[in-house]
Design a protein around this ligand. Sequence first.
Ligand SMILES: *Cc1c(COP(=O)(O)O)cnc(C)c1O
Length: 372
Amino acid sequence: MPALNSLLQQKLQDLEKTQQKRAPMAVVRKPGGYVEVAGRQLLSFSCNDYLGLTHHLEVIAAAKEALVRYGAGAGASRLISGSHPFYEELESALSEHKKTEAACVFGSGYLANLGTIPALVGAGDLIVADKLSHACLLDAAKLSGAKLIRFAHNDMKHCKDLLEKYRADYRNCLLVTETIFSMDGDMAPLAELNALAAQYDSWLLTDDAHGLYVAAETPHQSHIQVGTLSKALASYGGYVCGSAQLIDMIKSSARSLIYSTALPPATLAASLAALRVVAAQPELAQTALASARYFAKQMGLSQAQSCIVPLIVGSSEQALNLSKALEENGFYVKAIRPPTVPENTARLRFTFSAYHTQDQIDALVAALKGAL
Ligand SMILES: *Cc1c(COP(=O)(O)O)cnc(C)c1O
């Protein structure tokens, strides 16, 4: 143990030197987008609760009722005794929304990708992924044992060149991307990717973690649609939508589904309630996107394509300083640094939610301009 600890000590010091040492800070989220951090109340632009539903009274009431009725935990994995009937209801709602035959709900978005990709491809197969794909897509690709190659972000020429060069040497091929990129807020060219998938006899997997119920639905269906219930739907869990065969196969073989405890019924009830709220108030999504666009315009940035607006500043130190200056003005905006984003692209990542008002955004813009 002492040898292990001294080795870890050395590694931690290295992380500290490059400003990459991290530790979660205690944060209490409150209604209306406020957070309490170290005894101070700040307005957050760093939550993925795009529709502001984590504190919606109907969502809380549904979770509370399920908690009292069905207990705190699921008791076992879904294939044993943990598959509460809420799962079926949630899967029907998701597949209906995505216009697919079926859906499967997982413990989280991370687990959905980790289970799905290795269930579809393995040694002898090829994965061609966007360079900026979320860590869990890349982890899943590595876990699958398939050959992983990456194309430059949203660069369809590069993607096509790679397919041309490598596709014929492998049995099956999976194209992987996000619909809305989590750190940049931009969209993937899904029409082009679909065409490439057809041309090169490949399947397209898209991760819609930041698009579900927030971005405009595209008419371009990918074969495998992954996402999370933890962002716009305000709760916790992940999902995959697709054909009946795809979902049957995943339910029979995705290891992160089979060997992990099912979600607590109260969590499923919260997701179901969030879906009811969105159905009744579709304008919530428009509000969040309009706020992101307003902010980007005030800051002279290009038009926001989603609720995520990055302000790329370069060094980790600059990003941290800017975050600190905003905190002094009452705003909570986390700096995002390498290795989460590429070297020299440290940034402030602003996320907008339905609860933000124009006055609040004006105050944020004033503070940000002052700090810059
Ligand atoms: C947040 C996110 C995930 C992970 O989802 P969780 O439910 O939080 O595990 C997966 N993919 C992308 C693109 C994400 O942004």
